[in-house]
Design a protein around this ligand. Sequence first.
Ligand SMILES: NC(=O)c1ccc[n+]([C@@H]2O[C@H](COP(=O)([O-])OP(=O)(O)OC[C@H]3O[C@@H](n4cnc5c(N)ncnc54)[C@H](O)[C@@H]3O)[C@@H](O)[C@H]2O)c1
Length: 245
Amino acid sequence: MKLKNKVALVTGAAVGIGRATAIKMAQEGAHVVALDLNGEGLEKLRREIEALPGRVLPLVCDVSDEAAVNTAFAKAKETFGKIDILVNNAALWRSKTAFMDTPVEEWKRYLDVNVMSVVYCTRAALPDMLEEGYGRIINVASVAGVYGNAKMVHYSATKGALISMTRALAKEVSGKGVLVNCVSPGSVSPSEEDDLNYSQPSELSFMGRTGSTMENANLICFLASDDATYISGQNIQIDGCRKKQ
Ligand SMILES: NC(=O)c1ccc[n+]([C@@H]2O[C@H](COP(=O)([O-])OP(=O)(O)OC[C@H]3O[C@@H](n4cnc5c(N)ncnc54)[C@H](O)[C@@H]3O)[C@@H](O)[C@H]2O)c1
């Protein structure tokens, strides 16, 4: 088990990449603090993790609310004593609108959920990580943050922000044992699919298919593990060799 007795906090853990990451981490022996707005999804995750080596603490939390984030981190510390691994995965991405049709309010909502949540969670996790001299922070961005997606200017901007935040923060803290990396998925299998290995045809990758949620979780867990002790400040694309940029 690659994450035995580590404590990992995963945001947006009820479905999709977050759920697969929580399950994979618990399989690898980590105790998982699972944050999401979706209480039903968290309850399902709790049942799925029950039989695995790691324990799970599901917490309903709006990660765009700083006070709620701080309360959740306090509960996590009370339960498990520490947080070694932070996976900033929760995000909004489903709306597609032309730039001029995207209201400023929508920009602000995307910035709050996709960027400020990462600021709040990282600020809550980092002081203890620095004191311990050990930490792993993995931000889930997107190929949209690298290439830009048409009709998703606001989304692309938030993911570009995560990639540059990752690179900049890594320079501040990597020398103190806290490794900060970003993963940028391309086409991912739909979150609605329960099968963690589900893949479907996709024209967007030379592999001709979507990446399963477990393939994404595997990369995140690798970066969280002690197999990745010399990697920090990177954005790693997981996109089956992306076709359209
Ligand atoms: N699915 C894709 O094709 C794709 C591609 C590239 C990048 N990504 C990125 O991967 C990550 C996961 O995406 P996904 O498609 O697996 O998941 P998803 O979009 O299906 O689910 C995201 C989860 O985050 C939760 N969430 C949303 N806002 C929240 C908030 N304010 N507080 C707490 N939880 C909140 C939702 O309830 C949901 O459970 C996201 O960061 C997304 O931008 C996804």
